[in-house]
Design a protein around this ligand. Structure first.
Ligand code: AMP
Length: 480
C-alpha cells in the first residue's frame, strides 16, 4: 500500500516521502486508519517497527486539519515516554514529519534547565513530548494547561511500568480532559498493561504486529571466558578488529563505564559514555556522536541504553555479564537491528557461570564459547590518564595526527606501539577516508537523511556538526 492511500494531509505525505519512506510499515498500516477515525488505540509493537510515525502522522493530520476552538493556542497533543532519550528521538521524528506544517513542538524532561520548557508551555506549544517526572513538576508549578488537549499518547507503556512511572502516569492522565483520544503503545500486552488500558482508554482498538525476530535467534553470539582483571585488555584486543566499527559496550555500573571509556580513550579509541551520572546534555551529545559515527564505542549502562535507536551497531559487548536474561536479550537486540548482521560478545568470569546457564535455559539454546588464541593481556599496558569528558571534539583527530600515529583519514583506532605490534596483518585496514568497509554493512543510504532544518538546538553543543574527517552519519534505522 502506498503512503498516499492513507489519506493523510498532503503536506504530511510529502514530508514522509521526503524522509525516504515508500510505504507504511505494518504497524502504520494497521494503526493509522483507526487513529485517523478518532478511536482509542492500543498498539503492540516494539521499537524499530515504525511505531512512532504510526501515532505521530495521524496526530499531525488532526492538528493540521483544524485549529483549536476560537483560535486559541495551547497544548493539543501530549506524548509521554519513559526516557529522555526516547523523548528526543520522538521529537526528531515529529519535526521531520511536521516540516511543512506550522506546528510547534516542545520537549519536557529532567536534567536540563526548566526555563525554556516553561516558556514553551506558556506560549501554548501544540505538541508536547515529556517524561513523566518533569511534567508532573511543571504541572505542580502551574505551567501546564491541558484544557485544549485532544490526544494523549503513552509510549512504551511497558517500560514505564517497569521503571515505576505508572503512579505518575495516572496523575497525568487524571489531569487530562475526559473527552480526548488516547493511544497507548507497548512492546507486549501484559495483565498490568491491560488493566491500565481499561482505566485510561475507551473501547480501544488493539493493533498488533508480529514480534520481531527474537534477537537471541538472529544475532551471532559467543562468550569469552576471562578473569576480571583482564577484561579491559580483552576489550582493547577485540577492538583491533576494525570490523568492530560501531560498538555498544554494556557496563553494570556507571563507575565501570567511565573506567572503560577512560582506558579506551587513552589508547586513541573514540569513546563516549551513556549513564545517568552524566548530564542530559552530555548524554545527548554522546548519543549524537555515536549515531553520527564520530565515536566508535559507546559505553552504556542498561537503563541509559533502553529504547535507543541507532542503526548499524556492528557489535554489542557485554563487558559485564547481565544478571537478568531479559537484559541480555534487550542488549543484544541493539545489534543487527536492520539486518541480522553484527555480533554479541559476552565476557564471562567464573562468577557469571550460573547466570550464563540461566540465560541459556531462558533462550533455549547454548551460546558458543570462544577461545582467543594469541590474546596476551600483558600486551595492553595502561596508557597515561586522559580525561575523555573534558576533551574538545576532534581531539582524537589531533592525537592521530601526532607523530607516529597513523594518518589515514582521521579515524581513531587503538594504536599504542604495543597494540600495533599485536595488530593483525593489514587486510581490512582503512584506506583514505579512514573507515574500513565493515562486512556487509550498508555504506550508503537509500533514503535521504532527515533534514536538519527543523532540528532542535540542544544547549551544550549537542547539535554541533561532526568534526571534519568524521565518518558519515549512520542512517536512522528501520527494520525488524
Ligand atoms: P520506530 O519504531 O518508530 O523507532 O522507527 C524505527 C525507524 O524506522 C526510524 O528510524 C524511522 O525513521 C524508520 N521508519 C518509520 N517508518 C518508516 C517507513 N514507513 N519506511 C521506512 N522507514 C521507516
Amino acid at each position: 500500500m502506498p503512503f498516499t492511500a492513507l489519506g493523510l494531509e498532503p503536506r504530511i505525505t510529502k514530508a514522509v516521502l521526503e524522509a525516504g519512506y515508500t510505504e507504511p510499515t505494518p504497524i502504520q498500516a494497521k494503526a493509522i486508519p483507526p487513529v485517523l477515525q478518532g478511536r482509542d488505540v492500543i498498539g503492540i509493537a516494539q521499537t524499530g517497527t515504525g511505531k512512532t510515525a504510526a501515532f505521530v502522522l495521524p496526530i499531525l493530520h488532526r492538528l493540521a486539519a483544524h485549529g483549536a476552538p476560537m483560535g486559541r493556542r495551547g497544548m493539543r497533543a501530549l506524548i509521554v515516554a519513559p526516557t529522555r532519550e526516547l523523548v528526543v528521538q520522538i521529537e526528531e521524528n515529529v519535526r521531520k514529519y511536521a516540516r511543512h506544517l506550522r506546528i510547534r513542538v516542545a520537549t519536557v524532561y529532567g536534567g536540563v534547565g526548566e526555563g525554556p520548557q516553561k516558556t514553551a508551555l506558556r506560549a501554548g506549544t501544540e505538541i508536547v513530548i515529556a517524561t513523566p517526572g518533569r511534567l508532573i513538576d511543571l504541572m505542580g508549578q502551574g505551567y501546564v494547561d491541558f484544557s485544549l488537549l485532544e490526544v494523549a499518547v503513552l509510549d512504551e507503556a511497558d517500560r514505564m511500568l517497569d521503571m515505576g512511572f505508572i503512579p505518575a502516569v495516572r496523575r497525568i492522565v487524571g489531569a487530562l480532559p475526559k473527552k480526548r483520544q488516547t493511544l497507548m503503545f507497548s512492546a507486549s500486552l501484559s495483565k498490568e498493561i491491560e488493566a491500565l488500558t481499561g482505566e485510561m482508554l475507551t473501547k480501544p482498538e488493539v493493533v498488533q504486529v508480529g514480534r520481531r525476530a527474537n534477537p537471541a535467534e538472529s544475532v551471532t553470539q559467543f562468550v569469552i571466558e576471562v578473569p576480571k582483571n583482564d577484561k579491559l585488555a580483552l576489550l582493547q584486543h577485540l577492538l583491533l578488529d576494525e570490523k568492530m566499527d560501531s560498538v555498544l559496550v554494556f557496563s553494570r555500573t556507571k563507575h565501570g563505564a567511565d573506567k572503560i571509556a577512560r582506558r579506551l580513550s587513552s589508547t586513541g579509541v573514540a569513546t563516549a559514555t551513556l549513564h545517568s551520572n552524566r548530564s542530559q546534555n552530555q548524554r545527548l551529545a554522546a548519543l549524537k556522536a555515536f549515531k553520527s559515527g564520530e565515536v566508535r564505542v559507546l559505553v552504556a549502562t542498561d537503563i541509559a541504553a533502553r529504547g535507543i535507536d541507532v542503526e548499524g551497531i556492528s557489535h554489542v559487548v557485554n563487558f559485564d555479564f547481565p544478571p537478568q536474561p531479559e537484559d541480555y536479550v534487550h542488549r543484544i537486540g541493539r545489534t543487527g537491528r536492520a539486518a541480522a548482521i553484527g555480533d554479541a560478545i559476552s565476557f564471562v568470569m567464573p562468577d557469571d557461570h550460573s547466570n550464563l546457564r540461566a540465560l541459556e535455559r531462558f533462550i533455549n539454546r547454548g551460546i558458543p564459547r570462544k577461545r582467543l588464541d594469541g590474546f596476551d593481556p600483558k600486551k595492553y599496558e595502561v596508557g597515561p590518564p586522559v580525561s575523555f569528558d573534558d576533551r574538545p571534539r576532534g581531539s582524537f583527530q589531533r592525537r592521530n595526527n601526532a607523530p607516529g600515529r597513523p594518518q589515514a583519514g582521521g579515524r581513531p583506532h587503538a594504536s599504542s606501539g604495543r597494540q600495533s605490534a599485536g595488530r593483525p596483518a593489514s587486510s581490512g585496514r582503512p584506506q583514505a577516508g579512514g573507515r574500513p568497509q565493515s562486512g556487509g554493512r550498508p555504506q550508503s543510504s537509500p533514503r535521504p537523511h532527515a533534514t536538519s532544518s527543523a532540528r532542535p538546538q540542544h544547549p551544550g553543543g549537542a547539535s554541533r556538526p561532526a568534526t571534519a574527517g568524521a565518518r558519515s552519519p549512520r542512517r536512522e534505522r528501520f527494520g525488524r
